[in-house]
Design a protein around this ligand. Structure first.
Ligand code: GLU
Length: 312
């Protein structure tokens, strides 16, 4: 049996050049700030369990985290509710788009924490008596995952809040079902601000690595969430993280991940590494086109598929 290749020797800049040859996909235009993203931005980073960081060119270019924040909102909600979030949100894949106006049949719960309904609820479940307190809690929590003080793009937060009609609809629907305990507009405001947190591929890779290390940040050494929380989060990333493309993703890439409309993808392979890719052009399911190619290559070339090796 061959030994798995050492990620320390991996040529991330070479991979970046290879995926830059791909020009498919469309940049999201749901808000002006995302529509203005550079389609040629492409950055990659990996963080190993000993805290070693590997980064390509442009891994230090910041972008709004968007839905790549959802695993971490779920983690904070699990932590702050001492696991009760698991009774309040489903964990089944939907086979539908990220913003489908649909709740779980029979219970009125959001189907899972990786679609918008679920993330609106997880953002509402974190500790804090009002919008400002929950915003602070989330920013502090995300910063602990990233081992650095993160900031919010206030313009993106405002646009998301103002233009997120489907998120307002989902929040009202959950109010009607009795599953959202805070005001609908407050829920959208907190979720919108969480989506507007700025990261670069390096910071997002550290966040993924914290989940991969059972909740201990490998850079700061801080225990951010308990091991059972990290395991629950990565499990749901594996089944629901790429929306209605999650099955194809797990077969082809085989690394638990969360995609986002900004073109970021966060990766977490328990016990091995965390990673992140940013490249704004998206496929029909909202996954970064170059991000997918890069993750397929990483999986194959570093032997990262969680369901088995094809190495001889
Ligand atoms: N902020 C976006 C929304 O709620 C996030 C969606 C995504 O990244 O997939 O519409």
């Amino acid at each position: 049996m061959t030994r798995s290749p050492d990620p320390r020797d991996y040529d991330l800049d070479g991979l970046r050049v290879r995926v830059m040859a791909e020009h498919g996909g469309t940049v999201d235009d749901s808000i002006p700030q995302l529509a203005a993203a550079d389609p040629d931005l492409c950055g990659l980073a990996l963080v190993l369990t000993d805290g070693t960081l590997l980064a390509s060119a442009q891994a230090d270019v910041r972008f709004s985290v968007q839905s790549a924040v959802k695993p971490f909102l779920f983690a904070l909600a699990l932590l702050d509710t001492r696991g009760d979030a698991l009774d309040l949100i489903g964990i089944e894949p939907t086979g539908e788009a990220f913003d489908a106006i649909k709740l779980e049949t029979g219970t009125g719960r959001p189907p899972n924490p990786m679609v918008n309904a679920g993330a609106l609820l997880t953002a509402a479940l974190v500790d804090g008596d009002d919008v400002e307190a929950r915003n602070d809690r989330i920013l502090r929590g995300l910063s602990a995952f990233a081992a650095q003080d993160l900031e919010v793009d206030e313009g993106v937060a405002r646009s998301e809040h103002l233009l997120g009609d489907r998120n307002h609809a989902l929040a009202h629907l959950m109010r009607a079902e009795g599953t959202l305990g805070v005001g609908a507009d407050d829920a959208v405001a907190v979720y919108a601000r969480a989506c507007a947190v700025l990261v670069d591929a390096r910071a997002l890779a550290v966040m993924g690595a914290t989940l991969a290390c059972g909740g201990v940040n490998p850079v700061s050494g801080e225990r951010v969430v308990p091991a059972d929380v990290a395991r629950d989060v990565v499990s749901v990333m594996a089944t629901c993280g790429v929306y209605d493309g999650s099955g194809r993703w797990m077969r082809g890439v085989g690394i638990p991940a969360k995609s986002s409309v900004s073109g970021g993808i966060v990766l977490s392979t328990p016990g091995v590494l965390g990673g992140a890719v940013i490249s704004p052009p998206l496929d029909e399911q909202g996954t970064s086109v170059r991000g997918r190619l890069a993750c397929e290559a990483l999986s194959a070339e570093l032997d990262l598929h969680v369901f088995g090796s094809l190495a001889a």
